[in-house]
Design a protein around this ligand. Structure first.
Ligand code: ADP
Ligand code: MG
Length: 274
């Protein structure tokens, strides 16, 4: 682990010296209003059964010791984002099955346990959407239909508790790259943010190496987390993707998931940028 972190830190340092961090230019929304809670509560609620949560490694539902590693990731993420005034975080990985969806949902749940924080989690892995399977709820309409203008966000969005709204897909999109880089997607997300006023928006993305879906989209977010799987992601692929990601947005850190011998019992380690 130390070797990996040292290698990544060295690669980063060289990159930073050559490039500098990219600037994010995006209109910020107005602060929340008192009526917001009522609007959020109007959405249908989905509940995750403890059995299903356990099976799908969703351990951050309640604030017990199983949630601790995600609560720690939450604290670091929120600290860094607040410092910079960032609200949108993408979660991606080099290859498939690194644990993006698992970590995105756990992090969203952990964030939403903070009373004063309104959280939105959107599934934008439009080739292989899987958040609906992890949660065990298939929406009648999909998030990609919302982005296409064929459905309203209200037709798709569900609530988990009072502070978390989730936008899932029932099926893949047929033109994910075009859709994700379109102006319509940017405008729709801005409109959703204006209407629902989340404090933080998380985007569960597709893997970096499988397609160019994320390239045209990442200008819409403030920052990203890169999830790597200890058992399958190579160091050169982590470095390659981190490099590419750093050209597209601000990289908050690399989460090394599926560690066989982690420092704690949950199976991931976190390498932070800041
Ligand atoms: N830390 C972990 N240890 C073992 N298995 C994990 C871990 N995190 C996720 N998984 C499992 O790996 C599989 C892929 O996870 P998923 O979150 O769907 O990945 P992705 O969204 O990157 O494709 C799922 O079966 C999930 O339960
Ligand atoms: Mg996924």
């Amino acid at each position: 682990m130390e070797k990996l972190e040292a290698a990544l830190a060295k690669a980063r340092e060289m990159r930073r010296a050559a490039l500098g961090a990219p600037e994010v230019v995006r209109e910020k929304v107005a602060p929340g209003s008192g009526q917001l809670a009522g609007v959020w509560i109007s959405l249908p609620e989905v509940q995750l059964s403890p059995m299903k949560a356990l099976r799908n490694r969703i351990t951050a539902l309640a604030g017990n010791k199983d949630a601790t590693p995600y609560d720690m990731l939450r604290s670091r993420t929120i600290r860094l984002m607040k410092e910079k005034g960032w609200t949108r975080l993408a979660i991606t990985s080099p290859g498939a099955a690194c644990g993006k969806t698992t970590i995105a949902l756990n992090l969203a749940l952990s964030l939403s346990r903070q009373k004063d924080l309104k959280v939105m989690l959107i599934d934008l892995d439009l080739r292989r959407p899987s958040l609906h399977r992890t949660i065990g709820h298939t929406p009648a309409r999909s998030m990609h239909e919302v982005l296409e203008g064929a459905a309203g966000f209200e037709d798709v969005a569900v609530r988990m508790g009072a502070n978390l709204i989730i936008g899932m897909n029932a099926a893949p999109s047929r033109h994910p790259a075009e859709l994700l880089q379109s102006a319509a997607t940017r405008e729709t997300l801005d409109a959703i943010e204006r209407r629902w006023q989340p404090d933080i928006m998380l985007f569960d993305m597709s893997p970096m190496l499988a397609s160019d879906d994320n390239v045209g989209f990442l200008g819409n977010v403030d920052c990203a987390l890169l999830i790597a799987a200890a058992e399958s992601t190579t160091l050169s692929n982590i470095d390659l993707c981190e490099k590419e990601l750093a050209q597209l947005t601000n990289v908050l850190g690399v989460v090394l998931n599926k560690c066989r011998y982690p420092d704690d019992s949950v199976g991931y380690a976190y390498g932070s940028y800041a």
